[in-house]
Design a protein around this ligand. Structure first.
Ligand code: FAD
Ligand code: EPU
Length: 338
């Protein structure tokens, strides 16, 4: 039985801790409940927002429609030679899935330890951290098509994954609700320790032959030391993407700012560290009213108290403008503005 609630506070459903209200709010535990919900034409004629853990959203106003909180659970796996296909319900907590893999000694998810949010949101922006992106372990996902009420399977090639991008944020935005994701993990670990902070931390801890669990633990420790915990300081992780510029523009910037943090993407493109650009504009650790940037990471905007979403959004606009003026680089928000 579906329970459709009215006028529900979303404060505990977003990692920024922003007070906003949903006109309707419904929790979905099964794919069948999605069909039931979408058969209620009175309700679904309203605007729709799919909600996982709310850790990549900024509410700048109340949501005058239906918030659909995805709680579809379950994790199972099948072993096929050296591969393990692990399937998780979209409502599973991402890090619970990571721990399931780590505890079973399945390799592939350990670098993505402790990213907040749900399994179902992970393909939306192709989550990534410490040298690994979701696309590296993604096998397929199932999704409910809102128009037809049918469940469709998407393979990796269908998803147009790129840095913090997928087809679900672009051409198919608002058309599908992801219900499960299948990951291709390995029994024989081929560990990725290339990311500087990981190799440094393994060295500090004198770990020479790391296990899957070692990597997971080290990544978790690095993350805790760098990023604010949303349960104490509201935030949504990196507020902006790291901007990708042409090699020519990067060379000009490097000439003017030899310290600029940059990474080669390919022969023609270079990724710049947005945190560095923002810090150079004097924003790091700055407190402006109830908002500001985190003291250890200028790319993370925070709610220091009772900030409104609009206040944080306005501050982010100020950052975009200042970075644009100083460096001629346009920052793009990673967080979904609602
Ligand atoms: P939500 O915020 O609930 O939703 C995000 C978007 O996905 C929305 O547009 C929503 O409508 C859509 N969506 C959610 N579920 C579904 C579904 N089942 N079907 C269709 N659409 C859906 N991200 C990284 O990539 N790397 C990091 O290292 C990282 N670190 C973070 C650290 C902190 C402290 C925080 C707070 C966030 C961090 N993030 C990071 C961002 C965030 O964790 C990810 O974007 C995560 O995937 C969001 O999951 P969620 O369930 O909370 O999504
Ligand atoms: N930097 C600064 N000043 C700052 C912040 C960073 O100079 O205030 C410099 C650092 O010194 C470093 C570089 O910028 O040289 C990169 O910083 P960091 O390693 O902290 O990573 P990031 O590029 O800021 C990205 C992701 C994170 C992910 C980490 C680790 C994006 C937008 N962000 O951050 O993802 O966890 O790498 O892989 O790509 C997220 O998406 O929400 C998120 C947290």
């Amino acid at each position: 039985m579906l329970e459709i609630q009215h006028n529900v506070s979303l404060k505990n459903f977003n990692s920024f801790g922003i007070q906003a209200f949903a006109k309707y709010f419904v929790e979905i535990n099964t794919e069948e409940q999605l069909s039931q919900l979408f058969n209620n034409s009175q309700i679904v004629k309203n605007p729709i927002l799919i909600l996982g853990g709310g850790s990549n959203l900024l509410f700048t106003q109340n949501f005058d429609g239906v918030v659909i909180k995805i709680n579809i659970k379950g994790i199972k796996h099948i072993v096929d030679n050296q591969n393990v296909l692990v399937t998780a319900g979209a409502g599973e907590v991402w890090n619970d899935l990571v721990l399931y893999a780590v505890n079973n000694n399945f390799a592939g998810l350990e670098n993505l330890s402790l990213i907040p949010g749900s399994v179902g949101a992970s393909p939306i922006q192709n989550i990534g951290a410490y040298g690994v992106e979701l696309k590296d372990v993604f096998e397929s996902c199932t999704a409910f098509e809102i128009e037809t009420h049918k469940i469709k399977t998407f393979l990796k090639a269908d998803c147009a994954f790129a840095y913090r991008e997928s087809i679900f944020k672009q051409a198919l935005k608002g058309k599908y609700i992801i219900t499960s994701v299948t990951f291709n993990l390995k029994l024989k670990a081929n560990l990725n320790t290339q990311y500087g902070a990981i190799s440094q931390e393994l060295h500090n801890q004198n770990i020479q032959n790391p296990t899957i669990k070692n990597i997971s633990d080290v990544v978790s420790q690095i993350r805790v030391s760098k990023l604010p915990n949303p349960s104490t300081i509201g935030n949504a992780g990196s507020f902006f993407k790291n901007p990708i510029v042409t090699k020519d523009q990067a060379n000009q910037l490097i000439k003017n700012y030899p310290q600029i943090v940059n990474f080669s993407v390919d022969d023609t493109q270079v990724k710049l560290a947005a945190g560095w650009l923002i810090e150079q504009c004097g924003f790091k650790g700055l407190v402006v009213g109830n908002t500001g940037t985190y003291k250890n990471q200028a790319l993370v905007l925070v709610n220091y108290g009772n900030a409104s979403g609009q206040e944080i959004f306005n501050f982010s606009s100020q950052i975009i403008e200042t970075v644009q003026q100083k460096f001629g680089v346009t920052l793009e928000r990673e967080v979904n503005i609602i």
